[in-house]
Write a protein that binds this ligand. Structure first.
Ligand code: PMP
Length: 428
């Protein structure tokens, strides 16, 4: 069995693009993180149990009983027209004025990422992405053989001066950048938010260099007053990705892309060949939910729930973590990005953390170039606050042990595989 898992008799038949599809070394570890004794600070799954599941269940039951012939049928490749209207109302909360004509409903924002990469990227084309960046996007970019060039971020999000420098350098090298991929609000994995001033600067820099921007914003409504989307200020340059995964439920797999008119037409053709149409069942469930349920109130409930969990994590980090560790302080979203003291390696440490019954995602998965050994992503979206505190307590113990090991033997060390790691179902 072991032998079968390692050798792939089909290797010489795969397309070249399959070489970029590399399973994560830590995937095996995730098989165990669902065990109840392990506190998982690794998963990015939203806490869907906070929905009024009985009411949603009745709503879906009534939908099928009353309009089953429509709900259970194929739909249009672009997505349900009325749902696209509702999506425009949701985006208006972030200052976006858009026509439902320019929205394409997708199977989560993940499919939008796939379709965009498919229509824009030839092998070797350059994509700029934050360092660190969303692991699922990096996987998609790798599967289309893009060359990802990272641009650093800090507590205020992507750094405009670094973006300018990178674009100037690539221009000098004669390399054209196809687009900048950014998660400006409550970034995955860093938890940071791009400031309003930087949003304008980045729009300006990208206009000067004539670079498109992919603004991926699944977390934007998950705290405070929503930030103004970059798309609101440059509809021709910014392609905007949204999702109901975090505001309603990830299992419905309903996301969308808002694109300039011509790009939208290409996306619909690409979507049609990928899936014919997104699930009508899921779309009409979302439409009905938005039409009949107090969805704004429910988002507020989610915000409060995640805020309490974030505070539990930040407080536990503050009181438990040994000196030398630093971390981000997210204003919303799901994630804290932690940097270990010099000489520690989050990947080498992962199995030892699992042995101590706590899991996290090592930083290397969030870079296309193998960096991130000292970093890790800690998510607070799923475990209850007392479990988060316990998880951080265990993690702090592991880090303390690693520091002692480092001081005795001079560094943990581990090899980093080439290629972008596929996240596995629990990581997103
Ligand atoms: N973009 C980002 C930044 C994400 O974090 C995720 C999922 N966690 C996605 C896109 C994909 O989400 P979905 O396909 O569920 O909409």
């Amino acid at each position: 069995m072991e032998q079968h898992a390692r050798t792939d008799a089909y290797t010489d038949r795969y397309a070249a693009r399959a070489a970029g599809m590399v399973p994560s070394e830590i995937r095996a570890l995730f098989a165990v993180v669902s065990r109840p004794e392990i506190v998982s600070l690794a998963g990015g799954a939203p806490y869907v149990s906070a929905l009024p599941l009985d009411i949603v269940g009745d709503m879906i039951g009534d939908l099928v009983a009353g309009r089953g012939a429509e709900v259970l049928q194929y739909g249009s490749a672009q997505g349900d027209a009325e749902l696209r209207e509702r999506i425009c109302e949701v985006m208006a909360l972030e200052g976006i004025r858009a026509s439902a004509e320019d929205v394409v409903v997708t199977v989560g924002a993940q499919q939008a990422l796939d379709l965009i990469t498919k229509i824009f990227i030839d092998p070797g084309d350059v994509i700029l992405a934050e360092a660190p960046s969303y692991v699922g996007a990096l996987g998609t970019f790798a599967s289309y053989q893009a060359d990802v060039v990272h641009v650093p971020l800090d507590e205020g999000g992507l750094i405009p001066a670094a973006l300018r420098e990178t674009l100037d350098r690539l221009a000098r090298e004669g390399r054209r950048v196809k687009f900048l991929y950014t998660v400006p609000t409550f970034q995955n994995p860093a938890g940071v938010t791009l400031t309003a001033a930087r949003r304008s600067q980045i729009l300006e820099i990208c206009a000067e260099h004539d670079v498109l921007i992919i603004e991926d914003n699944p977390y934007g409504l998950l705290d405070g007053d929503p930030m103004r989307a970059m798309r609101a200020d440059d509809p021709e340059r910014v392609i905007y990705l949204g999702s109901f995964s975090k505001t309603i439920a990830s299992g419905l797999r309903v996301g969308w892309v808002l694109a300039p008119h011509a790009v939208r037409a290409k996306l619909v053709l690409a979507a049609e060949s990928a899936t014919l149409c997104p699930s009508n069942f899921s779309q009409l469930a979302v439409r009905e939910y938005l039409n009949t349920q107090p969805w704004r109130e429910q988002i507020k409930n989610f915000r409060e729930l995640y805020r309490e969990r974030r505070d539990a994590m930040l407080d536990a980090l503050e009181t438990q973590m040994p000196g030398g560790c630093t971390w981000t302080r997210p204003a919303g979203g799901f994630f804290v990005w932690l940097t270990l003291p010099e000489g520690l390696d989050s990947k080498a440490m992962a199995p030892r953390a699992i042995a101590e019954r706590v899991a996290y995602v090592p930083g290397t998965g969030f870079y296309a170039d193998g960096s991130g050994r000292r970093q890790m992503r800690l998510s607070y979206c799923f475990p209850e606050p007392h479990r988060i505190r316990e998880g951080v307590r265990r993690l702090a113990g592991v880090v303390e042990q690693e520091i002692r090991l480092r001081d005795t033997f001079g560094g943990a060390g581990s090899s980093i595989p080439n290629g972008v790691e596929a996240p596995g179902p629990h990581v997103v």
